[in-house]
Design a protein around this ligand. Structure first.
Ligand code: E4P
Length: 241
């Protein structure tokens, strides 16, 4: 279900009230691979997709038209927020590129890097009704800036933080605490997830969204006692036939 914050508080969109009451952690898949996107979507628990230039390159997508078409295809597969990343780094160029991306489909979220011109662009997109995802976030200070600029999502890269022996999940908890205290509406999108345990820890720490590789999502299914228990039930079921 998609919903928009009401402009008129006297007649709010009922979907928005429902969203406020019931919002729970969303699952995005972090890939540009169409087969994996379809597989995750068929599970019925997918709320969106994130991509980045490295993930697009991994799929061999080359040239602006091919990139645009690929985003369009993803939007046709998944009914949810689809992050499309700008590669421009200068304000005017970010706005131009972001507008082109946003025009592909209403579900496109323009992904903007946490740089000075990126913050200016986030504010511009906010003021012009275009949803954004502020990427490459590694500190609470950056997350505050993104929220002040009105970003729809902020993406702390928890796996890359862990790689440097800092604590990525701790950053999610810190940002969640600050946003609640200050009343920021930006959603925390835990990115650079490396495992099923990361997903559980981010849920505990207050992430609004986890964007995960397919393996990490499927990792949530695993428990040996489930397999042992099912084998026993199926064996015993034969005795009842
Ligand atoms: C998604 O929005 C990010 O670009 C992605 O999660 C980064 O993941 P990585 O650190 O595994 O490259």
């Amino acid at each position: 279900m998609r919903c928009n914050q009401p402009a008129d508080f006297l007649s709010p969109d009922p979907h928005w009230i429902f969203y406020l009451i019931t919002t729970t952690m969303k699952f995005f898949i972090d890939t540009a691979n169409l087969a994996q996107i379809k597989e995750a979507n068929e599970l019925g628990i997918l709320d969106g997709v994130t991509t980045n230039p490295s993930l697009m390159a991994k799929e061999g997508i080359k040239g602006q038209d091919a990139v645009m078409n690929h985003y369009k295809t993803i939007c046709e597969i998944v009914d949810g927020d689809i992050s499309a990343e700008v590669i421009s780094t200068e304000f005017k160029a970010i706005i131009e590129e972001g507008n082109k991306l946003a025009a592909i489909h209403p579900n496109i979220i323009v992904k903007v890097p946490m740089i000075k011109d990126g913050v200016k662009a986030l504010k511009w997109f906010t003021d012009n009704g275009i949803k954004t995802n502020c990427t490459l976030v590694f500190s609470a200070g950056q997350a505050i800036l993104a929220a002040k600029a009105g970003a729809t999502y902020v993406s702390p890269f928890i796996g890359r933080i862990d790689d440097g022996s800092w604590d990525g999940v701790q950053l999610i908890a810190q940002i969640s605490h600050i946003y609640k205290l200050q009343g920021f509406k930006t959603e925390i999108l835990a990115a650079s997830i490396r495992s099923a345990l990361h997903i559980v820890k981010c849920a505990e720490a207050g992430a609004n969204v986890c964007t995960c590789p397919l393996d990490s999502i499927l990792g949530l299914l695993k428990h040996p006692l489930t397999d042992i228990g099912l084998a026993k039930f199926l064996e015993d079921a034969k005795k009842t036939m």
